[in-house]
Design a protein. Structure first.
Length: 115
């Protein structure tokens, strides 16, 4: 499928994914990219604090997966509402220092494919 086709598709979110008419916690993908003007040494200096913050989010239960894209940056998967994810991401040391850009994407199951 092309992105044009996917971009125009609006899946119906099943009632099981809603709470009182609102969306329940959904999976939220966060793509973190290092800004071009940031050096590896600057990232490394904040690495321990960043990892501690990620471990705390994992212990709290909202961060459910974390991956390296094979280079600078991170791919994070949360299970929480978007507002909670935005608050968590903006609290990360690298985000607070303005060293990363983030893209937050809510993931909703396709109707008829979810169990």
């Amino acid at each position: 499928m092309t992105s044009a086709v996917l971009g125009s598709f609006d899946p119906v979110i099943p009632a099981a994914g809603r709470v009182a008419g609102r969306l329940a916690n959904v999976k939220v993908l966060v793509i973190c990219r290092t800004r071009h003007d940031v050096t590896p040494a600057e990232i490394a200096a904040r690495g321990p604090a960043e990892m501690a913050a990620l471990r705390q989010l994992q212990a709290d239960g909202s961060l459910i997966e974390a991956y390296s894209p094979g280079g600078p940056g991170a791919i994070l998967m949360f299970e929480a509402d978007r507002a909670a994810v935005e608050a968590a991401v903006t609290s990360l040391p690298l985000a607070q220092a303005g060293m990363i850009d983030t893209e937050i994407i809510e993931l909703h199951p396709f109707a008829g494919l979810s169990s």
